[in-house]
Design a protein around this ligand. Sequence first.
Ligand SMILES: Cc1ncc(COP(=O)(O)O)c(C=O)c1O
Length: 476
Amino acid sequence: MKTIFEKSKIGSKGVEIKKQNVPAYEFPEGYRRKDLDLPEVSEIEVVRHYTGLSRRAFGVDNGFYPLGSCTMKYNPKVNEEVAQMRGFTNIHPLQNEENAQGALKAMHILSEYLCEITGMDDITLQPAAGAHGEYTGLKLISKYHKARGDLKRNKIIVPDSAHGTNPASATLAGFEVINIKSDEEHGVDLEELKKVVGDDTAALMLTNPTTLGLFEKNIVKIAEIVHGAGGKLYYDGANLNAIMGVVRPGDMGFDVIHLNLHKTFSTPHGGGGPGSGPVGCKEEFACFLPGPKVEKYGEEYFLVNLPESMGKVGSFYGNFLVYLKALTYILTLGKEGIPYSAKCAVLNANYLKAKLQDKFDTEKDRHCMHEFVISIKKIKEETGVSAMDIAKAMIDGGVHPPTMYFPLIVDEALMFEPTETETKETLDEAIELLNDLHARAYSDPESLKTAPHNAVIRRPDEVMAARKPVLRYVKP
Ligand SMILES: Cc1ncc(COP(=O)(O)O)c(C=O)c1O
């Protein structure tokens, strides 16, 4: 496919700019570009170009997207409609509070709902993603300990099943990371935890359900151990989709949490955003939250900067339009819809797991939550077909691959998260595809090792693609 620059032809136009009857404004010389290398193409070429590009990408609107730990649920279009309302899109972040009352009210209501759903006392909407929320939440914990003169607490405990962003955020926030092994049931090993916890523990970071899709049954005991040593409990809320409206992190003993609005609360994501990672906390941390915060006095809303605040972590008030999508989603689901949706996510994952577990190795003795992990280790030993090969072959079958090689504690891992928005028919088609791939691994392994056969991009050098992405067209 040619780039839009290669399609460019001098003189082609998509729009005709009419001669204006107002005097032309002369920009000062310093602000003027010397040249502007824009492609020159007609309207139909632009339309075909972007439609062509969109056909090459795979999204939730194209098909089943069971990417574990990412909650690629269908995002109702009504969310977009609300986020596109002119009253919301035509305001400016520097506008006075009195003529942005609607926007402030929306942020305030969303904050209240998120506190209610998570069992927190206060929240900031500012962080732009989950990892950004982790960093903000850990800084909050750091501020809290320091304000009490508890300066020794410089360690964050992270289980070996944690998402990679957890240790990365802890390091970035200035902490030392202590890794602990999981027990036989893939939960936090309580004896290991007791060994490392102490008067230098700032916090333990945990996601519940864990990245293996299993509910951490010992959460109350874990909270007792960490709190008993004066540490705090940080909740990585990326997996909240399994429990929203059913059980609250605040009631499990968590002190500080982040949410991924772009996952649980339905904003299209992947490919770089925009996202939103609000950070909620218990009362004792609230004075340190980033500002400005929206506060309600009487019937009016104000932007308030708290004197002890840790400062801003993003520009202006964060990704405002994502808040509107999340708020619309919460309001359309309502009090009954939110737990129902979580239960359907868990049901769908268990249905898929139950139908696959005879052929693929997985945790058979327990029900999973919203996701589960299968291991291709045995299949690889017997046929040479790896988790990567199965994932690539799924693309030919019209299904987005699951998350691969994560969590790190499972060999040849494939992690499936079907989400609540998929029908039984879609799940059955995926089961048929995976059974077929299992059979082909034994009968025709080469066809999987060379997959995908029908995709535009087949097997790129993934390290180079991540480390040195080519994102700009350079004119030859
Ligand atoms: C368990 C878990 N924690 C944290 C994150 C980080 O979230 P984000 O990608 O929004 O930074 C993810 C993302 O996939 C995740 O799965």
